[in-house]
Design a binder for this molecule. Structure first.
Ligand code: SF4
Ligand code: SF4
Length: 275
């Protein structure tokens, strides 16, 4: 009999607490929108942060809440965007694929460099008199961008960062990682670029780099009536609203080969010697 009292007490207490927990769970229950989970499953799951959200789960929440559109995911293919849009019953936005472009062609054979024995990291090197490169605007080649790229799309070749555009998903992580602000996003369909970012006068650039854009404007003239190129002080850039075709490279005869087609640039085939 002595044992019955504690058993009954514990039993009644258990039932009482169970009821309380049940009521609290009911009152404070948070409605989970199952669409968030579904959209997250439909995303590529790279968690790269290129969408501006804290990760894929947060982005999925934003899409379902109407704060973002599926096209805001840089890793999603156009098919993914359509599938998610259809699932949510919203119109699928057209998505132009953007890729990173490192606006420099100054690799080791083509540039003047000074001795640098410090940490092999661009952000550290830039603090030591701007790095070891003769050109203050050029790629330091220590690969802070490559380290920041979750997709292995950037390779350091001959002391120069080059982007494998077929691997680039456009997350822009590399853009923020480059202390020289050398990386810009361009449409993946554009293939002809000016691989230089120095605003210095041509004569100054040529002293430190054989492949700099010297703003001779041959490419502008070769464009004829088309506005393929944009002039920005002592620098000419491709106009990505109307990108230059690959044939412009041949037609222009750029004396430093700063204007080149990406598939040739990645081969590292340029010497930069005057034509
Ligand atoms: S190259 Fe840049 S934009 Fe492209 S995937 Fe890598 S970090 Fe992202
Ligand atoms: S592009 Fe910028 S971050 Fe990348 S290696 Fe060159 S200087 Fe460094």
């Amino acid at each position: 009999m002595d044992i019955l009292f504690p058993i009954l007490t514990v039993g009644i207490l258990g039932i009482f607490l169970g009821v309380i927990i049940g009521i609290v769970a009911k009152v404070f229950a948070v409605d989970i929108d199952e669409r968030i989970e579904q959209v997250e499953e439909m995303l590529p799951g790279a968690n790269c942060g290129g969408c501006g959200f804290a990760g894929c789960a947060d982005f999925a929440k934003g899409v379902v809440a109407g704060k973002a559109t599926p096209a805001g995911c840089p890793v999603c293919s156009p098919e993914d965007v359509v599938a998610i849009s259809e699932y949510l019953g919203i119109a699928a936005e057209e998505k132009e694929k953007m890729v990173a472009l490192v606006r420099c062609s100054g690799d080791i054979p083509n540039t003047v460099r000074s001795l640098y024995n410090g940490v092999r990291d661009c952000r550290s090197a830039v603090l030591v008199a701007g790095g070891a490169k003769g050109c203050d605007y050029g790629c330091l080649g220590f690969g802070s961008c490559a380290e920041a790229c979750p997709f292995g799309a950037i390779e350091i070749r001959n002391g120069l960062a080059v982007v494998h555009k077929e691997l680039c998903v456009g997350c822009e992580n590399c853009v923020a990682a480059c202390p020289k602000n050398l990386i810009t996003m361009v449409p993946a369909s554009a293939a002809t670029h000016v691989y230089c970012n120095s605003p210095e006068k041509g004569a100054v650039k040529r002293k430190v780099c054989k492949t700099a854009c010297i703003a001779c404007r041959k490419c502008v003239k070769a464009s004829g009536e088309e506005d393929y190129m944009e002039i920005d002080g002592f620098l000419v850039r491709s106009n990505y609203e109307n990108p230059p075709p690959a044939s412009l490279v041949e037609a222009a005869g750029c004396p430093t080969s700063a204007l080149r087609v990406d598939t040739e640039h990645i081969k590292g085939a340029y010497g930069g010697a005057s034509k």
